[in-house]
Design a protein around this ligand. Structure first.
Ligand SMILES: [Zn+2]
Ligand SMILES: [Zn+2]
Ligand SMILES: [Zn+2]
Length: 461
């Protein structure tokens, strides 16, 4: 029977370890059989690896390595590659944060299982189209999160409580992915309708640094000190004196002596009673019934009033249909092109369109037919993926209404191309005039941060 023990042999590995010694603990033949192995530790000088494609990321160590792994992963050309965790201690978080997980002293898992997993993820990732080259680094991160979730079949990203996290919660599934703060990243993706959030918890966080590690204390309303005590109020019937118990206490004795009439109080209910309780501040002596509440932040030491704490809603997130389309197509324009093409044969994928364009050029050369290419360019400034989606979507609807049956449309990056077949450019101007006003209206909707410019290109010999 054929042995598969060397199936790591064609893989390029990037090994992340707490130190070099621990790598030696991993069975020699297991890693050393690979095509190439690079090892990086938190002390390494080089932690950016965008110049090489790796097949598998291997982390060796404990949860301490999570943040470093996230950092290294974010520098990779393919940041959603598979991650195998060889754990030095048991951890549910590591199990969730990685694709393949086992303990360092456990017998090595069967290699075919590893290669199967790697292939699974690889083939899922290969379904994704090229990402829009105009995307900002934030947008690239957003699409990567979507792609990571889809390639791992994570239908919902669920937060769990963790003392190690600033917000008291973490997303273990997404722990090693993305270079930004996961909470704000997911939140931005919800406002762009790539994800749909659902309530999990409503917590209070520090008004200064946003940490959830804050403690609520009762404090003196006068000086703000938490050095306060509670005492019974004592009412002496005979003379009518009303004061806290400490007024009646005499040093070195356990008797209660009235500070006003100097008589001893003996029987509760007969000569005195305890009608209420009160707070007394050990710092300023203030006596009060209702204490203030204040928080102290264990992260930045900020002290602030109870109602000054910031509200923080923790959610779990589902991928929306738009998010899924965006992940697969790589750009909002492609999402729209794909959906427009489904219902309208005039909308073509760019590779098909460019073949037709070529053909049109040949026809022009051979028969002297003149066609015109309209190039609509969207110059967008600081607009979100969703805004751009809306603009392209409105433009597509406009084109659908105004195009002839023989015209063809495609999109590439921020360009929408319309091929007006057998129409010279001077005639195409009439068409342009029809849609120009509406195009202006579309571009004005988003506070004129978008400009749609157009150019007519004569297709001739
Ligand atoms: Zn703080
Ligand atoms: Zn006080
Ligand atoms: Zn008295």
């Amino acid at each position: 029977m054929e042995t598969k023990s060397n199936s790591l042999s064609d893989l390029n590995l990037l090994v992340i370890a707490e130190d070099f010694d621990i790598v030696g603990n991993v069975e020699k033949g297991f890693i050393s059989g690979a095509e190439s192995v690079e090892v990086v530790t938190p002390c390494s000088r080089r932690v950016v690896f965008n110049d090489k494609d790796f097949d598998l990321l291997i982390a060796v160590g404990s949860e301490n390595l999570l943040t470093f792994t996230k950092r290294v992963r974010s520098t990779l050309r393919n940041p959603i590659l598979p991650l195998m965790w060889i754990a030095s201690e048991e951890s549910h978080i590591l199990e969730k944060a990685s694709d393949i997980y086992f303990l360092i002293d456990e017998e090595n898992p069967e290699l075919y299982k590893i290669t199967k997993k790697i292939l699974e993820i690889k083939s899922a990732v290969s379904m994704f189209g090229e990402m829009d080259i105009n995307y900002t680094s934030l947008e690239v991160e957003q699409v990567n999160i979507l792609r990571y979730m889809l390639s791992r079949k994570i239908m919902v990203a669920t937060p769990v409580v963790s003392e190690h996290s600033k917000y008291g919660y973490i997303f273990p599934d997404l722990f090693t992915i993305g270079r930004y703060d996961t909470f704000s990243l997911l939140d931005s993706m919800e406002s762009e309708k790539m994800l749909k959030g659902e309530f999990v918890d409503n917590i209070r966080i520090c008004k200064n640094c946003g940490s959830a590690h804050i403690g609520l204390r009762k404090v003196c309303p006068n000086c703000g000190s938490s050095n306060i005590r509670m005492e019974d109020y004592i009412h002496h019937f005979r003379c009518g004196y009303l004061g806290p118990e400490s007024d009646y206490r005499v040093a070195g004795s356990d008797k209660l002596i009235c500070p006003k009439c100097k008589r001893e109080l003996k029987h509760i209910g007969v000569d005195y009673d305890r009608p209420s309780q009160t707070y007394i501040c050990n710092e300023c002596g203030n006596i009060f019934e209702d204490p203030d509440y204040s928080y102290i932040c264990f992260n930045c030491r900020e002290v602030f009033k109870e109602d000054e704490a910031k509200k923080f809603i923790v959610k779990k997130y589902f991928i929306t249909k738009f998010g899924e389309d965006l992940a697969f197509n790589g750009s909002a324009a492609d999402v729209l092109l794909a959906s427009a093409a489904e219902s309208d044969p005039r909308f073509l994928a760019y590779d098909v369109f460019s073949v037709i364009l070529d053909h049109e050029k040949k026809k022009a050369k051979r028969y002297g037919k003149r066609s015109c290419l309209l190039d609509l360019t969207l110059a967008v400034n600081g607009l979100s993926v969703m805004d751009i989606y809306d603009i392209i979507s409105d433009t597509v609807s406009l084109l659908k209404l105004n195009l002839r049956e023989t015209d063809m449309v495609s999109m590439l990056d921020r360009h929408i191309f319309v091929l007006l077949s057998e129409t010279p450019c001077d005639k195409a101007k009439a068409f342009l005039k029809r849609i120009e006003k509406k195009l202006k209206m579309i571009s004005e909707v988003k506070n004129s941060r978008v400009k749609i410019s157009f150019e007519l290109i004569e297709i001739k010999q």
